[in-house]
Design a protein around this ligand. Structure first.
Ligand SMILES: NC(=O)C1=CN([C@@H]2O[C@H](COP(=O)(O)OP(=O)(O)OC[C@H]3O[C@@H](n4cnc5c(N)ncnc54)[C@H](OP(=O)(O)O)[C@@H]3O)[C@@H](O)[C@H]2O)C=CC1
Ligand SMILES: C[C@H]1O[C@H](OP(=O)(O)OP(=O)(O)OC[C@H]2O[C@@H](n3cnc4c(=O)[nH]c(N)nc43)[C@H](O)[C@@H]2O)[C@@H](O)[C@@H](O)C1=O
Length: 348
């Protein structure tokens, strides 16, 4: 990529897309194409076709997707498979039609089997059945990998797939039902702390509600009171967390320095494992994560585990040796990242 290359960041207001845009700006890139969801619905093939014909981007970061935590994935199963397949089909196909020089497709480590050997190497893709709670989303992401790979092999495109672990950072989704665990626990513990300190105006502002009675009723449904915060599941599942700005840095590093041909080992007949894991290679239990967040936020109450809520995959730790061998490693460790995102959250 040259500093004046025309770069389309799909999903530029999201957790990762916003960090990619910031990273590119910091590195001196100047020509960006962006559209909000409202301006361009990427599930609409004709609109995407017209957009690519008009804008003719040279490079594409595909960070737009239907995204959510375990309960959102399990509840809106049809939306997760339909919207993700449509978005990626349209963006990848019209990138090919318009001769985009390089595209980066963002998948997820939920592509790996539910009972995958740990840490999860790229080669474990499609070796067993998936975790049920996010199977529709995972199948869409696997289709994205195979779509990039197939266009590369048939048409000689340069489309690279990266599989990020669980991400967190500025511009995350803090919705109590639909978000991922880390932002959800930050918000729950922050609001519980406000309640315990009788900072009622701040509680109402946080929830955009008019009365404390309504606010307390709403929070109770999520197990949040002045002295308790509910944690979904048993607290035993292990997860790996990567700071979103590290994720963005890895994406830009790969776009700048690596091509599709660098992503796989050439066998005599088959080309396999063309995607690249992006993570830290370190994991933590949900219980320990909750304790870390509790300390950072300064919530003094009790954590209550609700086993009526799903645990999901018991462990998903990425093997990052391929990424490290390509020349990139994460910088921000979890505790520092939680402090940074909490500071962002309270000052946003
Ligand atoms: N967050 C995580 O922990 C993980 C994320 N990923 C993947 O990383 C990528 C980025 O995720 P993340 O940044 O967290 O997601 P966010 O939900 O924060 O952002 C998604 C972006 O996609 C845009 N978008 C969604 N649907 C459409 C649509 N139909 N048309 C146009 N734009 C649309 C949204 O636009 P707008 O802002 O205008 O509404 C938003 O900017 C995704 O591919 C996701 O699957 C993978 C693993 C973990
Ligand atoms: C990134 C990844 O994210 C999703 O998978 P997930 O890793 O299971 O995501 P999660 O962050 O929602 O949960 C992690 C763990 O944490 C527990 N947990 C506790 N308390 C809360 C809580 O309050 N909210 C949430 N969401 N989880 C909680 C929760 O029960 C689970 O055991 C995929 O669907 C898919 O989108 C995907 O690719």
């Amino acid at each position: 990529m040259h500093k004046d290359s025309k770069i389309y960041i799909a999903g530029h207001r999201g957790l990762v897309g916003s960090a990619i845009l910031k990273n590119l700006e910091t590195r001196g890139y100047t020509r960006f194409v962006t559209r909000t969801h409202k301006e361009l619905d990427l599930t609409d093939a004709n609109a995407v076709k017209i957009f690519f014909e008009k804008e003719k981007p040279e490079y594409v970061f595909l960070a737009a997707a239907k995204v959510g935590g375990i309960v959102a994935n399990n509840t809106y199963r049809a939306d997760f498979i339909y919207e993700n397949l449509m978005i990626q089909n349209n963006v990848i196909h019209y990138s090919h039609i318009q001769g985009v020089k390089k595209l980066l497709f963002l998948g997820s480590t939920c592509i790996y089997p539910k009972s995958c050997p740990q840490p999860m190497k790229e080669e474990y893709l499609l070796t067993d059945t998936l975790e049920y709670t996010n199977e529709p989303y995972a199948i869409a992401k696997i289709a994205g990998i195979k779509m990039c790979e197939s266009y590369n092999l048939q048409y000689g495109s340069n489309f690279i797939s990266v599989m990020p672990t669980n991400l967190y950072g500025p511009n995350d989704n803090f919705d109590l039902e639909k978000s991922h665990v880390l932002p959800a626990l930050i918000r729950k513990m922050h609001v519980a702390k406000l309640l315990s300190e009788s900072r009622n105006d701040e509680v109402l502002e946080n929830l955009k509600m008019d009365t404390l009675t309504d606010a307390k009723k709403y929070l109770k449904a999520f197990g949040v009171t002045n002295d308790t915060v509910e944690i979904w599941g048993t607290g035993a599942p292990m997860r790996e967390f990567l700071w979103s700005e590290d994720m963005a840095d890895a994406c830009v590093f790969i776009m700048e320095n690596r091509d599709f041909k660098d992503t796989y080992e050439t066998g005599s007949i088959e080309i396999r494992n063309t995607h690249i894991n992006i993570g830290t290679g370190k994991d933590i239990s949900i219980k320990d994560l909750a304790m870390l967040i509790k300390n950072v936020v300064g919530f003094k109450g009790e954590l209550v585990f609700n086993t009526d809520r799903p645990d999901g995959t018991i462990k998903k730790l990425t093997d990052v040796s391929k990424l490290n061998a390509l020349g990139w490693k994460h910088k921000i460790e979890l505790e520092d990242g939680i402090k940074k995102v909490y500071e962002w959250y309270i000052n946003r």
